[in-house]
Design a protein around this ligand. Structure first.
Ligand SMILES: Nc1ncnc2c1ncn2[C@@H]1O[C@H](COP(=O)(O)OP(=O)(O)O)[C@@H](O)[C@H]1O
Ligand SMILES: [Mg+2]
Length: 148
């Protein structure tokens, strides 16, 4: 299943993220794709709000992963600077962990991604417009998209 949205401001993207976040639960995996500045981290801020995270979510670019407390833990990963699998970093620990896992630049670790996930692709249409395409891979995520 595929759902497409267009937002006209960062706030609108956060609102959409909030709705997505409210539908997520432990061990869900969200893959975020799209160029730099497409809005992946902005959408994650909303997902965090929907999960009840009350800290501000910023780009974890220099730390690979940041963990937040919400109704369940949120692991926000940014693999942009991950040096393939040579890096001393255990993704499975987060994917199999007891939280929601949001991954920017997931195809850095294609080999170890789970079989089922919600993939969200963001595209910059103009300065403030973004297309946001959600694709469910697996029945659980189909249900999430139906609710959205
Ligand atoms: N509709 C929109 N949705 C998301 N971000 C937007 C939108 N319009 C403008 N922006 C701006 O684009 C930038 C997106 O940055 P960010 O979310 O960090 O992107 P990424 O994580 O994909 O690199 C922010 O500066 C944000 O304010
Ligand atoms: Mg980012």
């Amino acid at each position: 299943m595929l759902k497409c949205y267009t937002t006209s401001s960062a706030e609108e993207t956060i609102e959409l993220g909030k709705k997505i976040g409210a539908l997520l639960s432990i061990s869900d995996v969200i893959l975020l794709t799209g160029d730099l500045s497409a809005g992946k981290t902005t959408l994650t801020k909303g997902i965090g709000l929907g999960l009840g995270v009350n800290k501000i979510i910023n780009s974890p670019t220099f730390t690979i992963v940041k963990e937040y407390k919400g109704k369940c833990p949120l692991y926000h990963l940014d693999l942009y600077r991950l040096d393939g699998l040579n890096n001393d970093f255990d993704l499975e620990e987060y994917i199999e962990g007891d939280g929601v896992c949001v991954i920017e630049w997931p195809y850095q670790v294609e080999e170890i991604l789970p079989k089922e996930y919600l993939e969200i692709n963001l595209k910059r249409l103009s300065e403030f417009e973004r297309s946001i395409e959600l694709k469910a891979n697996g029945r659980h995520y189909e249900e999430v998209l139906k609710e959205l």
